[in-house]
Design a protein around this ligand. Structure first.
Ligand code: TYD
Ligand code: MG
Length: 470
């Protein structure tokens, strides 16, 4: 196959290729993400392109589904929150993409994981394409990890990196920080372009698969598309882990977006401190710290993140609007979910929100995706509008239908147990499912629940609190 020499225009977000420049990528909708790249534009260029063509293929053995299977061999990192997200450690020969905003703490976390592994006698290589060896060393010293036998290098050429790492015992773990700074000789584009990022990732994936080294690629998520985003290699890697949190808060949440060897709904919670990232084994305590209990408009949601229950405060502010079209702003939750809850509250709860600005915030920088948060959000909204604080010792959970019916959610027991553990004494939750509604079951609930079948019950409950208070 001859290499294409004519220029190609490649979207740096999604990798779509065009034959002329456009302002907007039609594939991903990104603006100003298309950049001219010379050299071969085919993502499959590289060894495949240079391989001599053969008239006849080599015959390889085909295997059946039955056969010897083993649990994927793993190396636990020793950082429990990280192992929770990866599904128990780094699988040998697997490749993980760790994406996140610049400055969120990716290099810090990976240095901590590398040091922990190296201290246990594993060979670990940390290749930085962004920082000089002295800088990386300085950070390790600041983290108190200066003594760990991690092999350091500041290098960006993928062929050189692979040749160096292939000497001696293959490393258990190799960190490439970051994939966007790497370049391979097999493609001609500039470093940071889609073609280079893909080519480099492919070479490193081949290295991981042949040596059994677990490779972590760091990928910066960029908003302006100046460098190729990590999305262009997501399909090639075994796991995609995102590290999020806003730099204004000190919580950092790690989430597996894709995982060929483990669950994708587990989160790991860290706290950024002057000693680097600290694990948070009990995140509910952290998310509820500093809670303002006497104010109207806050409700505690008993949520689940994977197998772990997580209590978090939902704050609402409903205030008369001076605008023709009132504002609806939401942080940490889905905007359309808020619109739905507001519509149901108006249609079935009798609330008048058309002349009010509505703000909803999930405290601590967490992002909630569970529909079970509907009831807690509704409670916070009703509380703010009516000016009645909710009882401080109560948690809320339940999914709301468009009819205003509150529907049961999964893992009720785990939610209630977590709430009881943190000192809550009651829960406002959906009616238990009919098929499970045996008397003995409800007696074993760890705290008092008041079951709500319809949104009108919630509104009436909160209004009743005002009558009691006055
Ligand atoms: P870093 O790991 O360099 O981020 P990334 O690799 O994702 O770009 O983290 C940089 C931020 O972390 C920086 O703003 C300072 C902060 N930080 C701490 O708060 N404590 C620490 O011990 C360290 C090493 C960094
Ligand atoms: Mg970094």
């Amino acid at each position: 196959m001859a290499k294409q020499r004519h220029p190609a225009f490649v979207c740096q977000e999604c990798g779509a290729v065009y034959n002329r420049w456009k302002g907007k990528c039609e594939a991903c909708g990104g603006w100003n993400t298309i950049v001219e790249e010379t050299g071969s534009a085919s993502p499959m260029a590289g060894p495949a392109a240079t391989r001599p063509s053969r008239a006849k293929g080599r015959i390889f053995p085909l295997e059946g589904l039955q056969g010897e299977t083993k649990e994927a061999p793993r190396t636990p990192s020793g950082i429990a929150e990280l192992d929770r997200v990866t599904g128990g450690g780094f699988v040998h020969g697997s490749i993980i993409l760790l994406g996140g905003d610049p400055g969120i703490g990716k290099s810090t976390l990976l240095m901590q994981a590398s040091a922990a592994l190296a201290m246990r006698g594993q060979r670990v290589a940390y290749i930085s394409g962004e920082e000089a060896v002295a800088q990386v060393r300085l950070r390790a010293e600041r983290l108190g990890l200066g003594q760990a036998p991690v092999e350091l290098a500041s290098e960006t050429n993928v062929e050189d990196i692979i040749a160096t790492l292939s000497q001696g015992r293959p490393p258990a773990l190799a960190i490439i920080d970051s994939i966007q700074t790497m370049w391979t000789e097999t493609v001609e584009s500039a470093p940071g372009t889609v073609t280079q990022v893909r080519g480099s990732a492919q070479a490193l994936i081949r290295f991981a698969k042949t040596t059994g080294t677990a490779v972590i690629l760091v990928g910066h998520v960029t908003k302006d598309g100046q460098i190729a985003g990590p999305r262009v290699v997501e399909h090639m890697v075994d796991a995609v882990v995102s590290f999020e949190g806003d730099t204004g808060h000190h919580f950092r949440i790690m989430r597996a977006v894709k995982n060929r060897f483990g669950p994708t709904d587990e989160i790991g919670v860290f706290e950024m401190s002057d000693q680097g990232l600290r694990e948070v084994p009990n995140p509910s305590e952290l998310f509820l710290a500093g809670r303002d209990m006497a104010t109207a408009g806050t409700a505690v949601f008993a949520g689940m993140e994977g197998t772990r229950p997580l209590l978090v405060e939902i704050q609402a502010l409903v205030a008369p609007s001076s605008l023709g079209t009132p504002r609806r702003a939401v942080v940490g939750w889905d905007q359309s979910r808020l619109s739905m809850v507001l519509a149901v509250l108006e249609a079935h709860g009798g609330l008048k929100l058309g002349m009010h600005d509505v703000y909803l915030n999930v405290a601590g920088g967490l992002r909630i995706t569970e529909p079970a948060a509907d009831l807690a959000a509704a409670a916070a909204l009703v509380s703010s509008l009516s000016g009645n604080p909710l009882p401080p010792d109560t948690v809320y959970f339940g999914e709301m239908g468009l009819s205003g019916a509150i529907r049961p959610v999964a893992q009720e027991q785990a939610r209630l147990k977590e709430a009881a553990k943190l000192g809550f004494s009651s829960a406002v939750s959906p009616q238990p499912r009919l098929d499970k509604g045996k008397g003995s079951k409800s007696e074993r609930l760890p705290l008092a629940t008041s079951a709500i079948g319809h949104i009108t019950d919630l509104v009436a409950n909160i209004a009743a609190r005002r009558r009691k208070a006055s």
